[in-house]
Design a binder for this molecule. Structure first.
Ligand code: SF4
Ligand code: SF4
Length: 361
């Protein structure tokens, strides 16, 4: 009988006992000494040293290296780092691997294949099962450029205003797009290695900046980035329960079909609204004559909510939005050079958590 080793223990602790695929990914991510130390967490550096018989100075050095790779999280303070914990979920270990800008591109391809192998064969379905049956954890915030001319926009759906509520903003690589890129399945929307898109705030931003994983953004830089994000056709996500206040807000994903949540929802046969609440807005084709049938909106819509219809008397196909499928992200509006598609408000202010009925600016 094989005696379980540290990798088996970590695989079990991360929720996949006996998984050879997760074990292979972990072996690629943590060398045997690192795995031995991580297995003893949570604990102080002195406790880790005592449990592993590794000299305390060496344990401190290894744990610090792991910290700057995002593998362990300090439980005291970012500066002293005398106590650490390991991640509780496999997905958090995976994300930490891929947002790290120090990941060597050549080595990264091996990481990419190993983690993608685990995720696609085991992690994704398990994640989909976890997602199902809960209330949405996030809501879609429409592209500001798609709604800016409309009357009555609430601050809670104005992405620029939401950014203004944050005292500290960081940007880092999107772990999902990096994993896709490094496993050979390149993102068709943007190049994450050239422009980073994933936004964090408050304590998360502080952690990422301290680790050298995230870059601090001024408000003006964050707003400029949000405009790039909208042009590239990525969708703003915001935490479901948050209003415009910073409390509890830590991350805002800028998503496309490479998003692991998006893919898990599709894989699990779940509706997008089981995880993401629609915005108050819906796209509609406002000028059929202006629509030249280019289909750019169809390509930009991540939710498959636009189809091209034959219209009597027209040689060109014309865009038509399916209101059931439309999540109100506004990405199609930004991409339409003919201004043939626009947004309209279809839900009351109280649709947004924390906003009282009858609210307006
Ligand atoms: S609505 Fe705009 S983007 Fe869509 S097909 Fe028509 S012209 Fe093209
Ligand atoms: S049609 Fe698609 S791209 Fe346009 S707002 Fe709706 S979900 Fe977004």
């Amino acid at each position: 009988m094989t005696i379980p080793d540290v990798y088996d223990t970590l695989t079990e602790r991360l929720g996949f006992p006996g998984s050879k695929l997760l074990r292979a990914a972990l072996e690629e991510t943590l060398n045997p000494t690192e795995a031995k130390l991580v297995e003893t967490l949570p604990g102080t550096v002195a406790e880790v040293a005592a449990k592993t018989s590794v000299p305390e100075s060496e344990a401190k050095k290894v744990l610090d290296e792991l910290y700057f790779r995002g593998m362990v999280v300090p439980t005291d303070s970012l500066d002293s780092r005398n106590a650490y914990r390991f991640h509780g979920r496999a997905v958090d270990v995976m994300d930490s691997v891929f947002i790290n800008p120090r990941l060597d591109p050549n080595q990264g391809q091996t990481f990419g294949r190993k983690w993608q192998g685990f995720w696609k064969n085991e992690g994704e379905l398990s994640f989909a099962a976890w997602l199902g049956g809960k209330e949405p954890r996030a809501r879609i915030v429409p592209a500001y450029g798609a709604i800016k001319d409309l009357i009555g926009i609430l601050p809670q759906e104005n992405f620029h205003e939401l950014l203004k509520t944050q005292e500290l903003i960081s940007v880092q690589r999107c772990a999902c797009r990096m994993r896709a890129d490094l496993s050979g399945d390149k993102c068709t929307h943007t190049r994450e290695t050239e422009t980073n898109h994933c936004l964090s705030f408050g304590p998360s931003a502080e952690l990422f900046i301290h680790q050298g994983v995230g870059k601090r953004l001024t408000l003006s830089e964050a707003i400029t980035l949000s405009e790039v994000i909208e042009k590239e056709g990525l969708v703003h996500r915001w935490v479901f329960r948050a209003d415009a206040s910073p409390s509890g807000m830590q991350h805002s994903g800028q998503c496309c079909t490479d998003c692991r949540i998006f893919q898990a929802l599709v894989r699990g046969g779940l509706d997008f609204t089981s995880e993401w609440q629609k915005s108050r807005y819906e796209a509609y084709v406002t000028d059929l004559d202006a629509c030249d049938g280019c289909q750019i909106c169809v390509e930009r819509c991540h939710f498959d909510a636009i189809q091209m219809d034959k219209i009597p008397g027209s040689k060109r196909l014309k865009a038509a939005v399916d209101p059931e499928k439309c999540m109100g992200c506004g990405v199609c509006v930004i991409g339409c050079g003919q201004e043939a598609i626009k947004m309209q408000v279809v839900r009351p202010p109280e649709w947004i958590p924390g906003v009282p009925a009858g609210s307006s600016i």
